[in-house]
Design a protein around this ligand. Structure first.
Ligand code: FJE
Ligand code: FE
Length: 296
């Protein structure tokens, strides 16, 4: 099919445009820990169903010693080095660069997350809320090793499909809250157009380089910015720079339920939060194994 130059520029009749742009400024949190929080900072308190997105850099002695979670999922994607984890059910391991740990905390999880050895360990941690009906399910893990993450490449665009679908490639991951998590790398001069289900909220988090998103004449956006996308059929992206562009495209179906958060407990009502604190303190209703357990 022959298209005019102007037609070719518009892959979607209703492209998603950048509705909000926030810089995730670095915050030093004790010795060895630097965080760039994008979702969860005051300018972007949440983006239903997403509660938090941290771009972290950890070196010893920094880390997250034993702490609980209830009511949501944590997705840890290591970019450099490794994160050593242990939980109160005896699970342990190292998430290496390129690996993903998709943890559904459900009714209760207590674990530690520490840098795996000397040096600097970096990655992204995303918190995804669970629907009211799923908040108290049994905890579970889905581990995706780097080599097992489906990849596709076309015309200077590479995508790792952690959750959802892109370029005809589908992730095998099961997401209780319908979610997409795509790691895109565009070579200079590459462009791509990614569909996103209409009712979903979505964002771009730029890891490296500079990119143009939404319309071809939009301004270039640089690393460590989160771009909240507005409504539409999908997002168009261009690398008009001379360096590689890498970013995460995240999306999810909003739950549209009340959110009451107290640190690592995320529930629908204050009464449920009080219950979570009590359950954790008295080691019951999912926190039984917390009574004796300490990480090594
Ligand atoms: C935390 C409760 C938590 N961002 N990025 C309260 F569970 C956490 C927490 C993390 C975290 C862990 C890793 Cl490996 C990477 C993270 C939050 O564990 F920071 C607070 N304040
Ligand atoms: Fe944690």
């Amino acid at each position: 099919m022959i298209m005019s130059v102007t037609d070719q520029r518009f892959e979607f009749q209703r492209p998603r445009l950048i509705a909000k742009k926030v810089l995730a400024e670095p915050r030093v949190a004790g010795r060895g820990a630097v965080f760039r929080r994008s979702i969860g900072r005051p300018e972007l308190e949440s983006l239903d169903p997403f509660l938090l997105l941290d771009d972290f850099s950890l070196s010893p002695p920094a880390g997250f010693p034993d702490h609980p979670h209830r009511g949501f999922e944590t997705v840890t994607y290591v970019l450099q080095g490794g994160i050593s984890h242990q939980d109160f059910a005896g699970n342990k391991g190292i998430i290496h660069a390129g690996d993903v740990q998709w943890m559904t905390a459900g009714r209760g999880m207590v674990h530690s997350e520490m840098p795996a050895g000397e040096g600097t360990h970096t990655g992204l941690q995303l918190w995804i809320n669970l629907a009211s009906k799923d908040k108290m399910i049994e905890p579970m893990y889905q581990e995706l090793l780097s080599d097992d993450i489906p990849k596709a490449e076309k015309e200077g665009v590479e995508v790792k499909v952690i959750a959802g679908e892109a370029m005809g490639v589908q992730s095998s991951l099961y997401t209780r809250t319908p979610t997409m998590y795509l790691d895109f790398t565009l070579k200079p001069n590459a462009e791509y157009h990614q569909s996103i289900p209409e009712p979903w909220n979505s964002f771009v988090y730029i890891i490296e380089g500079e990119g143009v998103f939404g319309m071809p004449n939009s301004s270039r956006r640089s690393a460590h910015h989160i771009l909240v996308l507005g409504p539409g059929e999908g997002v168009s992206m261009w690398n008009k720079s001379s360096k590689p562009l890498r970013f995460i495209l995240g999306g999810g179906l909003p739950l549209n339920e009340p959110v009451v958060q107290h640190g690592p407990f995320v529930m629908n009502t204050q009464a449920e939060i009080d219950k979570a604190i009590e359950d954790y303190n008295y080691a019951k209703n999912g926190f039984e194994m917390a009574r004796q357990w300490r990480s090594k």
